[in-house]
Write a protein that binds this ligand. Structure first.
Ligand code: NAP
Length: 280
């Protein structure tokens, strides 16, 4: 059976490791803060005190860490065996994905760029959408893993296109959330009960179920994280910078980032992205 090392057992990595264990895969877990990896031992995981111990002899390595710098820091410190496949599932953008694909090439291992769409709840239910690209030769080997983690795997030919699509999706998410926050504030300022706006669009062509659920969370000031604001801001920054590198300005994204950074400065970084409404 394929042995999987999961590096990073935060909100996304922990349910990923748990679902693989439930599906019968031998799983090793490592996390910088051991207390977040150790509970997985009760589910059958082998705890590794160091990344090198987790990856030694593993058939597949999954990185699910905060950002590109964290992934590089961890993966530059280990040597993978030549037949290991590295599934890079963190959201790290275009430039980092290129750097890490180069690192994998230097180590002589197959690299699959495979960020995911869906937050911790779909991760728990094994209902992520996996945006996989590259590594045509190892697809058959990794598909059983993706089938456990997601409801759909979208294979794109060119390595990095998974990360490009992830930036596009999360830029759309950011604009939806910020549009909801601004429109609720407008509604209130005009003297209308903001519930009226959400109630009027819900179920109709102007509504997206995601925007309506975030709108309701904003109205109830329910900010327990599904998708933390700091990750949403990171992703919007990655999208803005990738666009800038190609000579494209994203004025909506740039504007919302200024407000989101203000909300983070107020202490909302670990709160849900719906807390964007708290920025003035
Ligand atoms: P998280 O709960 O904040 O976990 C982040 C992980 O990265 C933790 O294991 C953390 O270790 C580790 N880490 C951070 N900096 C590190 C460093 N310098 N060296 C080593 N480890 C480091 O984040 P998450 O929600 O699981 O997200 C993981 C990735 O998935 C991110 O790229 C995120 O954008 C993406 N993603 C998240 C969601 C979501 O809804 N949450 C959805 C789709 C994609 P510690 O525990 O020691 O801090």
């Amino acid at each position: 059976m394929t042995t999987v090392a999961v590096l990073g057992t935060g909100n996304m990595g922990a349910p990923i490791a748990r679902n693989l264990l439930r599906a019968g895969f031998p799983v090793r877990v490592w996390n910088r803060t051991p207390a977040k990896a150790e509970p997985l031992v009760a589910d059958g995981a082998t705890y590794a005190p160091q990344p090198a111990a987790a990856v030694a002899g593993a058939d597949v390595v999954i990185t699910m860490l905060a950002d590109g710098a964290a992934v590089e820091h961890v993966m530059a410190g280990v040597q993978l065996s030549p037949d290991t496949v590295w599934l890079q599932m963190s959201t790290i953008g275009v430039e980092w994905t290129g750097r890490l694909a180069d690192l994998a090439a230097r180590q002589g291992v197959a690299f699959v760029d495979a960020p995911v769409s869906g937050s911790s709840e779909p991760a728990e239910k094994g209902e992520l959408v996996i945006l996989a690209s590259g590594a045509r030769l190892v697809r058959a080997r990794v598909e059983p893993i993706f089938d456990v983690l997601g409801r759909q795997t979208l294979w794109l030919d060119h390595v990095g296109d998974g990360s490009r699509l992830k930036l596009v999706l999360n830029n759309w998410l950011a604009v939806l959330v910020e549009g909801m926050a601004e429109t609720l504030t407008l509604s209130e300022t005009l003297g209308l009960d903001p519930h009226l706006f959400v109630g009027t669009i819900a179920g109709g062509p102007l509504a997206s179920p995601y925007a309506v659920s975030k709108g309701n969370a904003m109205l109830d000031a329910r900010f327990e994280p599904g998708f933390p604001l700091r990750h949403a801001a990171k992703d919007a920054t990655l999208a803005r910078d990738a666009a800038q590198d190609l000579g494209l300005a994203l004025p909506l994204t740039a504007a919302l980032l200024r407000r989101w950074q203000a909300a983070i400065a107020l202490g909302h970084g670990d709160d849900d992205v719906a807390s964007a409404i708290t920025a003035s």
